[in-house]
Design a protein around this ligand. Sequence first.
Ligand code: MG
Length: 202
Amino acid sequence: MSPKTVIFDLGKVLVDFDFTIAARKVMKRSLRPPSPLSALTHFSPLVCRFERGEITDRQVFAEICSVMGYQGTFEEFAEEFSNIFTEMPEMIALHAHLRAAGVPTYILSNTNTLAEQHLRRHYPFFANFDGYVFSFAVGVMKPEAAIYEAAERLCGCRGAEILFIDDRRENVEGGTARGWQGLVQESPAKTIAALRKLGLPA
Ligand SMILES: [Mg+2]
């Protein structure tokens, strides 16, 4: 069946991102920049807690200051941490086509408050969805079942009525396990072709 609603992941589906841009800028302002390995082992769990909503942006900032000797202000940190995105134009156009045809669309993303605020401020397409499920707001991350349940409640659809597009297979499988239609995004061209095949106005 043709899906009634389309749920998009954000990173590597609608916008590309490069976290090393943030890491480079933050390290440049720091007295004790960590080695690449300790950066990975220390900061990956920190970002994960941030994306689960367990800690606030101010707490992340305080941790970066204390561990790395970061010298910038909170506002500088917020900008450096979140200015890592570029639009994927074919996907933004695809989304606009769906909207113009009246197909409800949603975002389901593992993300943090600083990224969300940055995207809202700088990317007009971001305002144009029917609803948003963010990991930091619901306190769970893909591929945990509770975040997909939150998306179902929000959009009022279930099972094969939903098409979910994500670049990570395990995240797509979190949806298909509930009967959703799922698409692992490999390239915008392949995603657009797959949506047309499903009868959507892509
Ligand atoms: Mg992604």
